[in-house]
Design a protein around this ligand. Structure first.
Ligand SMILES: *Cc1c(COP(=O)(O)O)cnc(C)c1O
Length: 345
């Protein structure tokens, strides 16, 4: 069977390296999109073994699965602005909600009041990315309103947060200044959040000033490094993609893996996969199959490693993503969910 093989010992080592690097800030392991394709439940279990006490996802399904797996051992943050009908379910699931919009704040408060329990919320300031969040000029009235709703018992402001581009240090510095000022305004409004969080993998790893109380890290926990980061000590890919040979053709050997997205057709001729006879060029990528340059004695059922240990030069999700002109998360996120995830320990 073609499979995405996930090395849980490697995953735990990554989590440990990241947690040590960012301490004393706490680590929130991001598990959006089914834990970057690795499978929410095994990732949560591995992270809990490393005493991680926060998880987060944009989507309710991944976040709710993380909460169900972790129970009281972890808090789980869900940051999508949810449609009206999804809010009660998310609160029932025990999730803490990201709120970056005045209308959404009112909806969450109204729904929580109806249920008779304060909704835990993390208020989001837009520090320049313009991807949802309350604009700085509206922040004083927004936080004043949140404080009033908190006094009414409708919400509890447990966090302040934002997201930064991590593309330019100068821009990120400006964002951090806006974030810190927003924290002072929130304090003046009477809010006493447990945590403030701004950074994802790259800023949390490289820039201590960005860590705050909590960092939200996905990529580095899975061993996916960002563009420009050649080596993150202690961190290596946890997933390898191992495909079966499913046919022998005149053009080459057909393997049972492809990507639905056209992005990966550009991999043709650009990467080498590991075959029983050594490295061979990937000749073509289709939706559910790909073609590899042939080798003597190739047979149906042979195993071919597309990325992970066993490829020449150790192709990784990041280097495969870069070869296709995209980032290292994409070869994982766009892989068909029908390909089994096999967790080995
Ligand atoms: C995806 C995401 C993260 C994690 O980013 P990585 O670069 O994978 O660590 C953090 N915060 C938000 C809001 C995200 O969407």
């Amino acid at each position: 069977m073609t499979e995405l093989r996930i090395d849980l010992a490697r995953l735990r080592a990554n989590v440990r390296a990241v947690a040590e690097r960012v301490a004393p800030a706490a680590l929130l392991v991001v598990v959006k999109d089914d834990a970057y394709g690795h499978g929410v439940e095994p990732v949560v279990a591995a992270a809990l073994d490393e005493r991680v006490s926060w998880f987060g996802a944009i989507d309710v399904p991944s976040a709710a699965r993380a909460k169900a797996a972790a129970g009281e051992r972890a808090r789980v943050f869900c940051w999508a602005t949810l449609p009206e009908e999804a809010v009660a379910g998310a609160l029932d699931a025990g999730l803490e909600l990201g709120v970056g919009d005045a209308g959404y704040l009112e909806r969450v408060a109204r729904i929580a009041s109806g249920r008779g329990a304060a909704a835990p919320v993390h208020l989001k300031i837009d520090t320049g990315l313009h991807r949802n969040g309350v604009r700085p000029e509206e922040w004083p009235s927004f936080t004043a309103r949140a404080a009033a709703l908190e006094r009414d018992g409708a919400i509890r402001v447990v966090g302040l947060w934002s997201h930064i581009s991590e593309a330019s240090d100068a821009e990120d510095d400006l964002s951090r200044a806006v974030f810190e000022e927003a924290g002072r305004v929130a304090l003046d409004a009477g809010l006493r959040p447990d945590v403030r969080h701004l950074a994802a993998s790259a800023a949390a790893w490289h820039r201590p000033a960005f860590r705050g109380d909590l960092v939200r890290i996905g990529a580095f926990c899975y061993g996916v490094r960002s563009a420009g980061d050649d080596d993150i000590p202690g961190v290596a890919p946890a997933a390898s993609l191992v495909a079966d040979v499913v046919g022998i053709g005149a053009e080459g050997v057909e393997i049972g893996v492809g990507w639905l997205d056209g992005v990966f057709s550009t991999l043709a001729g650009r990467i080498e996969v590991g075959t029983p006879a050594g490295a061979r060029t990937l000749l073509d990528v289709a939706e559910t199959t790909s073609t590899v340059a042939s080798w003597p004695g190739a047979a149906v059922g042979d195993k071919v490693v597309v990325f992970g240990p066993g490829t020449t030069g150790e192709w990784t999700p990041t280097s495969v993503g870069e070869a296709a002109g995209t980032v290292g998360e994409e070869p994982l996120l766009r892989l068909s969910p029908l390909i089994p995830r096999v967790h080995v320990d």
